[in-house]
Write a protein that binds this ligand. Structure first.
Ligand code: NAD
Length: 454
């Protein structure tokens, strides 16, 4: 069994820290403590819970630069992205705090009495987070779960436990009850699995690969445990001939190169209407080559390294030697670097065109008309996000409604906003996170009927 995890700086391969792994027995203890803390937490007046979460947000804001620099070091994120990520945690906490006092049930008209619904907390919630966005993904689960009156046990990815461990310390400093929000670093199949199987963990929120997500779903089935899954994507970026082709081409690179492509919403299948295909590629090539790849702590850098050697090898395995396309540059020497890569002439059913690569690699495929575009867009088991570029409002809405994915954007690439629901169709996930209903996903609806005839 692994007793500790070595955290490496992905840009230099230097050792940053060693972090003790949480054993199955330690998970048991954590659950018992979390359950006790949850009872105290749920008994607080809603206004007091909201106040403590707002204080947590204020302290995250005060520590934002330190958290961001730590994320640059442990995950190789660019400084600009890491700053956004720390600020996103602050905003998620603030937004969730606003929901505590608005978590209302309903009064339902019935004969013979009064009928009320209550949104009760679930108890202890397990959040299993990936390495690609360690802080935001942890907070997508933790902030609404806490706001709805639950305790949270967070299992960060083996490669990126450091920023979330800091968040747990900050929560204590903010005055949240001890053991209410605990971070349990460790191996997925030990610490993560212990959370999935534990009888007193009421819900699992998992973000990561479809392979592990399916395994977790099977583990949860045993106890009919509540489950939210955010899995992979292979999102299309559909460019129609009537679009602003220049804007579509110049914005395409960062839609799949942000976070070195390690983004479940990355627009890695660029579908371009045949009549503008050549012009699009002419405009795309300089836009790809001009992306600044290098030291993630330099404010000018737009793309950093991949997270690990294993991820680098996985990405290399998708890109055939000598394949046609456009390539950017990447530093040589230590670090897990892969250059921005756009492949042309790829078969639409090739693994690189249908499977999640999770690296800075996209394919460009031509299409003929609207039906063809939707057919190609849906030709994958994933259905997380997508973009539609057109000046025709009717077409924008028709195609957005037709594509089987959870998060579409028109003439833009935005996908994840904490105000709006986020999640996948098909094998991209189960359930939704974020948005106005985020807290409800961490509650059970209880119905109480009061007879008035007796
Ligand atoms: P992963 O699915 O193995 O890991 C995600 C999290 O699950 C980690 O915290 C891990 O420790 C935990 N885990 C692993 N096995 C577990 C188990 N049996 N029970 C409970 N928890 C378990 O992802 P990975 O191996 O780090 O990355 C592999 C691929 O997954 C990537 O290349 C990418 O395609 C995909 N991925 C997707 C996302 C996303 O946001 N959708 C995030 C990370 C990885």
């Amino acid at each position: 069994m692994i007793h500790e995890h070595r955290v490496l700086n992905p840009a230099t391969e230097e050792l940053v820290a060693t972090v003790p792994a949480t054993s199955v027995a330690d998970v048991d203890t954590a659950v018992i403590r979390a359950a006790a803390a949850q009872r105290t937490w749920a008994a607080l007046a809603p206004a007091d819970r909201a106040r403590l979460l707002r204080r947590f947000a204020v302290l995250v804001d005060e520590h934002a630069e330190r958290l961001a620099l730590l994320e640059v070091t442990e995950a190789g994120h660019t400084l600009g992205n890491a700053r956004w990520e720390a600020a996103n945690v602050r905003d998620l906490l603030d937004y969730a705090a606003g929901g505590v006092e608005r978590l209302t049930g309903r009064q339902v008209p019935v004969p013979g009495g009064v009928d009320l619904t209550f949104l009760e907390p679930l108890g202890v919630v397990g959040v299993i987070a990936p390495w690609n966005f360690p802080m935001p993904v942890a907070a997508w689960g933790a902030a609404p779960a806490l706001a709805a009156g639950n305790a949270v046990l967070l299992k960060p990815a083996e490669t990126t436990p450091l920023t979330t461990l800091q968040l747990a310390r900050i929560a204590l400093d903010a005055g949240l009850p001890e053991h209410l929000f605990q971070v349990l670093p460790g191996a997925g199949d030990v610490t993560g699995d212990a959370l999935v199987r534990h009888p007193d963990v009421a819900k699992i929120v998992f973000t990561g690969s479809a392979r592990v997500g399916k395994r977790i779903m099977a583990g949860c089935a045993d106890r009919v445990k509540r489950l939210t899954l955010e899995l992979g994507g292979k999102s299309p970026n559909i460019v129609f001939a009537d679009a602003d082709v220049e804007a579509a081409a110049t914005s395409a690179p960062m839609s799949f190169l942000d976070n070195a492509g390690q983004d479940c919403c990355a627009r890695t299948r660029i579908l371009v209407q045949r009549s503008v295909y050549d012009r699009f590629l002419e405009l795309l090539a300089p836009a790809v080559s001009s992306v600044v790849v290098g030291d993630p702590s330099d404010e000018r850098t737009q793309m950093g390294p991949l997270i690990s050697r294993a991820q680098l090898e996985r990405v290399c395995g998708f890109v055939p030697e000598g394949a046609d396309g456009i390539r950017g540059s990447a530093p040589a020497g230590p670090g897990f670097w892969f250059p921005p890569t756009v492949l042309t002439g790829t078969a639409p059913d090739a693994p690189v065109a249908t499977e999640e690569v999770f690296g800075p690699v996209a394919v460009v495929l031509p299409f003929d008309d609207e039906d063809d575009a939707v057919r190609l867009a849906d030709a994958t088991e994933h259905g997380l996000a997508g973009s539609v570029w057109t000046r025709d409002v009717g077409r924008a809405l028709r195609v957005s409604r037709a594509v089987r994915a959870g998060n579409l954007s028109v003439n833009s690439h935005s996908a994840v906003r904490y105000w709006t629901p986020f999640g996948g169709y098909k094998q991209s996930g189960l359930g939704r996170e974020l948005g106005p209903d985020a807290l409800a996903a961490f509650t059970e609806t209880k119905n109480v009927f009061i007879g008035t005839e007796a």
